[in-house]
Design a protein around this ligand. Sequence first.
Ligand code: AMP
Length: 179
Amino acid sequence: MLLEEVRNTIRQVPNFPKEGIQFLDITTGVKNPEAFKEMIDYLYEQFKDKKIDYVAGIESRGFVFGAPLALRLGAGFVMIRKPNKLPAETISETYELEYGTDTIHMHKDAIEEGSNVVVIDDLLATGGTACAACNLIKKAGGKVEAAAFIIELTPLKGAQKIKEKSGVETISMLKYDLD
Ligand code: AMP
């Protein structure tokens, strides 16, 4: 399947979850077995030679791509979750939203000091979420090999923000000129 065909499997929903947001819906991509395979193959190709210890998926759509990638890489899978979801002791990072703040958590013992970790989410917008995830991995003593996404909304400059604030490189499969 060509990259453009994969792109065509992603549905665009205007004004969700609120007025003015063009929501890029990966549910129509992952229900197509060929498109889903292309997405996981793409991510696997980026990291197959990088000696990845853990893939850290960001709740919840990051789990959809992160878990199969971890299996392919022979790496462990780590969950980065919203508050009050993880049962054992956690570490957390709070980050700014357009209005207010949000917090993500990871189990304190999720990774070992020096682990090489890939952070995965479905979509890179402003980069706030992924930046916080990279900082969590570093706080736990890990090294972030890269943050990778299926979709990047390039005008929002999330990649630049992650590079500047966390020193982490980003990789994205499908770039959209949308903000
Ligand atoms: P950000 O922190 O601004 O990079 O936002 C990234 C997070 O918000 C990801 O977990 C995405 O799933 C979600 N997100 C932000 N904007 C969109 C969008 N236009 N369509 C779908 N998901 C989005």
